[in-house]
Design a protein around this ligand. Structure first.
Ligand SMILES: Cc1ncc(COP(=O)(O)O)c(C=O)c1O
Length: 437
């Protein structure tokens, strides 16, 4: 098959359409640099970590991080100063990072090159990014935001602006999560100044395939173009539908917990993504994992389910029909699996982690390792990353001391039916630790 010359697009992506698409996206985000990726926010996080400093430099990082950021620290040899997660008493959700927590970390590590935050959290809570950017910049540190779950931010007035508009120096987002990109579609963009364009470019190229799928790249442009042209209309509809879903669930299920913007407030406005539907089952005595299994049996999948929480993802592709079906299926599944007495919410172990750091993630990664039975693991230094999924936030991470508390939390999650992700032995009978010899 041959194309007439004028209809044959330049197939070398870096020279033609891709470059222009990335320029358009950079203008939208107010960025000096933007790259589209085909390895998800995972690759974009690795890329940005490689642009932040030199091996041995410190960075302040929210401990409620995705494993890809942890891998980025290993790759780049950066040493984390952790901001530990907290639990919001009324809802049991992990709230965002507070200005005082960042100030404390910056006082502990005034030499840190950057602050790396995850915003929004997996369950829709937000940090006051503008205030945090002022604090980071006042200390001479760049602010990087893993906004993987917020590709819709900035496209509707009821939503937070994207992180660059709120003062961050770099953002990473998965266009395939709340946007309409193909699976793996992501982008990273940054303002230069505290970050260096050549380092960003080198970090991105070092982690990116040299054979990216054009269809994934085109889907990023398509998703951004749709959000730009009709985002306000479509996201407005989706946000309205989430509100209706909460109302219908309340009417059908009574005391179900439905956290929303009214419970998470800060000086910059609500600190909760209004598109995030989080259904708390503890007041009904129902078990989220059984509810999920029942729903799956009826062909409806939700993004997140643990004992206490069910969190489906509603996007701009949904309409009243799909959201009504979702509500109907949740109600049917809760009734079919049966409730029990109301119980207090028990936040997963991931949100109660207090890491005790023995060595850097990189040192632990490259040290000699040995495998020990779990009963002998307390007090040893973890050689592996172990995270109950959901939420996928590491409870054990390379270089951190394993405590009896961690082991109890992980084993309780495993007994309760959570998948123990990334562990070398998902049954948790054995753990990989750093050799003492
Ligand atoms: C906060 C966060 N960052 C990064 C990622 C990785 O994103 P991706 O699956 O697009 O590689 C995820 C995935 O769930 C995430 O939740």
């Amino acid at each position: 098959m041959s194309y007439p010359p004028q209809q044959f697009p330049n197939p070398k992506p870096a020279q033609g359409n891709l470059l222009e698409s990335e320029r358009v996206a950079a203008r939208h985000f107010g960025a000096d640099w933007c790259r589209f990726g085909v390895g998800g926010s995972t690759q974009a996080n690795l890329a940005i970590c490689l642009a932040l400093g030199r091996p041995g430099d410190r960075v302040i990082v929210s401990r409620a991080l995705h494993r890809s950021l942890f891998s980025g620290l290993v790759l780049a040899g950066l040493e984390p100063v952790w901001i530990p997660p907290r639990v919001h008493r009324a809802t049991g959700l992990p709230p965002g990072i507070t200005p005082s927590a960042l100030r404390r970390a910056a006082a502990l590590a005034p030499d840190a090159k950057a602050v790396i935050l995850t915003d929004p959290s997996y369950l829709g809570t937000l940090s006051p990014i503008s205030e945090l950017a002022r604090i980071a910049h006042g200390a001479g540190m760049a602010l990087v935001v893993d906004q993987a779950w917020g590709s819709h931010f900035g496209f509707h007035p009821a939503l937070p602006s994207h992180a660059l508009a709120r003062g961050a120096d770099a953002l990473i987002t998965s266009v395939h999560k709340t946007g309409l990109g193909h699976t793996q579609a992501s982008l990273a963009c940054a303002r230069v100044g505290l970050l260096d364009r050549a380092r960003l470019e080198r970090g991105f190229d070092a982690t990116h395939t040299t054979s990216p799928a054009g269809s994934i790249l085109a889907s990023i442009e398509g998703s951004l173009a749709l959000m730009g042209a009709r985002g306000e209309e479509l996201l407005g509809r989706a946000i309205g539908l989430v509100g209706e879903a909460r109302q219908q669930l309340r009417e059908s299920l009574g005391p179900v917990g439905l956290p929303d913007e009214s419970q998470f407030n800060g000086p910059e406005g609500p600190l909760f993504d209004p598109l995030r539907l989080v259904v708390q089952l503890a007041p009904l005595g129902a078990d989220g994992r059984a509810v999920e299994a029942e729903m799956l049996g009826r062909g409806v999948a939700v993004e997140y389910a643990d004992r206490d929480i069910l969190a489906p993802v509603v996007t701009l592709a949904d309409d009243r029909g799909t959201v009504r079906r979702l509500v109907r299926e949740i109600v049917l599944a809760v009734r079919a699996t049966g409730g029990g007495p109301a119980r207090p919410v028990r936040p997963p172990a991931s949100w109660r982690v207090r890491p005790e750091v023995a060595m850097s993630p990189r040192e632990a990664f490259f040290s000699g390792h040995e495998r020990v039975p779990w009963r002998q693991a307390a007090g040893r230094v973890s050689a592996e990353l172990v995270a109950p999924y959901p939420p996928g936030i590491p409870v054990l991470a390379p270089g951190e001391v394993i405590s009896a508390h961690h082991l109890r939390g992980l084993r309780a999650a495993a007994r309760g039916g959570s998948r123990i992700a990334y562990a070398s032995d998902p049954s948790l009978s054995w753990l990989d630790v750093v050799s003492e010899r």
